[in-house]
Design a protein around this ligand. Structure first.
Ligand SMILES: Nc1nc2c(c(=O)[nH]1)N[C@H]1C(S)=C(S)[C@@H](COP(=O)(O)O)O[C@H]1N2
Ligand SMILES: [Mo]
Length: 326
C-alpha cells in the first residue's frame, strides 16, 4: 500500500521497520522484570496486558463489558504502538503523522447520517449513536495489507444493531462507510493520494455479521483521533483498510460501491479484501506477517491465517472463488 509511489514520485520509506528506541527499551525492561519474576503470582498474560495499558495517558474513559466470545488470549499491542503507528491518510501518509496532526479533528458536535435504501433514514448525534446498544469490549486482531498486525481491545457494538434500526429495503445489497472530508481539519486531504472522501463498503450480509463492530473506543477509553474518532468500523477478518475511520455517513445501496483503495489500484486491492495467506499482493507475499511489538531481538514472522483466524465468516463466501474475488 504505502510502499506505493507517491504522485510526486518519491517512494515512501518503510518507517514501519524502525522501532522507536523508547518502545524497544521499555520492552527490554519488561522482559528483564519477567526474568527476575518481580511480580509474584501474576500470570504472563496479565503482565503483558499491564504493559499494554501502562502507556495510556488518561484520555476519557469509556465503560464497556468484555464480551467473552471475543476475549482473544493474545498479547495486546502496546497502547503506545496502536496510537502512534497509524494509517490515516487524511492526516498524512507517514505512520507517525496522524498522532501528530489529528489533534485538529473536532469530534463534537458530530453527526452520522444513515441514508439510501432504508425505510427509516436518520441523522444521529454521535452520543445518541453510542447509546443505541450496550457497549462491549472485544479484543480483535488487526491485519494490515502491508504485512503487519496488532491486537487491539476495541469498544463498540455489532453494526447489525444499527442496520436493524433503519430497516434496509429489499434493494439494499451493499453498505458504504464515508469518512469526513474537511480540508480545514484534515491536512492530508490536500494531497491527491486517494480520491476523497475515503469510502469503504461491504455486502449487506457481511455488514450484518456479528463480528462487524461499530467502534467508539479502545483500551478502555474513547478512540484517539488518529484511530478514527469518534466512530469507525472494525472488520477483523478483512485487511485494515476496509475499516473506515471518522465516519459521517452510512449509505445503503443496490450496487457494489466505489471504494478508496480499490479505485486507486484495482489489481492490488479487491473489493472483498479478506485476509487470505494464499492470495499474495502483486508486490509482496501475504503468507506471513510481522506483529507490531515483536521487532528487535524478538523479531519473528507469524503465519497469516485465513480470514485472519476468524473462520466463522467462511459461510459468507461459500461457493465464491476467493482468488478471483480477492
Ligand atoms: N478514513 C480512513 N480510514 C482508514 C485509513 C485511512 O487512511 N483513512 N487507513 C486504513 C488502514 S490502511 C488501516 S491498517 C487502519 C488502521 O487503523 P489503526 O490506525 O486504528 O490501527 O485504518 C484504516 N482506515
Ligand atoms: Mo492498512
Amino acid at each position: 500500500m504505502l510502499i506505493k509511489s507517491r504522485p510526486d514520485g518519491i517512494d515512501l520509506p518503510l518507517s514501519s521497520e524502525i522501532t522507536p528506541r523508547a518502545i524497544f527499551e521499555s520492552r527490554r525492561d519488561f522482559i528483564r522484570q519477567l526474568a527476575v519474576g518481580s511480580i509474584a503470582g501474576t500470570s504472563l498474560y496479565e503482565m503483558a496486558n499491564r504493559e499494554a495499558f501502562a502507556q495510556t495517558l488518561g484520555a476519557q474513559k469509556m465503560a464497556a463489558t468484555l464480551n467473552p466470545a471475543y476475549a482473544l488470549i493474545e498479547k495486546k499491542t502496546a497502547y503506545k504502538d496502536a496510537t502512534t503507528y497509524n494509517n490515516f491518510y487524511e492526516f498524512g501518509t507517514d505512520k507517525s503523522e496522524p498522532a501528530q496532526t489529528a489533534g485538529s479533528l473536532k469530534t463534537r458536535p458530530w453527526t452520522v447520517t444513515i441514508e439510501g435504501e432504508v425505510k427509516k433514514p436518520i441523522t444521529l448525534d454521535i452520543d445518541s449513536l453510542i447509546k443505541l446498544a450496550p457497549l462491549e469490549e472485544r479484543i480483535y486482531r488487526l491485519r494490515c495489507v502491508e504485512g503487519w498486525s496488532m491486537v487491539i481491545p476495541w469498544i463498540g457494538y455489532s453494526l447489525s444493531n444499527l442496520i436493524k434500526k433503519v430497516e434496509p429495503t429489499a434493494n439494499a445489497r451493499y453498505i458504504e462507510f464515508i469518512t469526513l472530508d474537511d480540508k480545514k481539519q484534515m491536512p492530508g486531504l490536500r494531497s491527491p493520494v486517494l480520491e476523497w472522501p475515503y469510502v469503504e463498503g461491504l455486502r449487506l450480509d457481511e455488514a450484518n455479521h456479528p463480528l462487524a463492530l461499530l467502534t467508539f473506543g479502545m483500551y478502555g477509553e474513547v478512540l484517539p483521533n488518529q484511530n478514527g474518532a469518534p466512530v469507525r468500523i472494525a472488520l477483523p477478518w478483512k485487511y485494515g483498510f476496509k475499516s473506515a475511520k471518522s465516519i459521517v455517513k452510512i449509505r445503503f445501496v443496490k450496487d457494489q460501491p466505489r471504494t478508496a483503495w480499490n479505485s486507486a489500484a484495482p489489481r492490488e486491492y479487491g473489493f472483498y479484501s479478506n485476509v487470505n495467506p494464499e492470495v499474495d499482493h502483486p508486490r509482496w507475499s501475504q503468507a506471513t506477517e510481522r506483529r507490531i511489538g515483536e521487532d528487535g531481538l524478538f523479531a519473528r514472522k507469524r503465519k497469516t491465517l485465513m480470514f485472519n483466524g476468524y473462520s466463522e465468516v467462511a459461510s459468507l463466501y461459500s461457493g465464491m472463488d476467493l482468488k478471483k474475488f480477492f
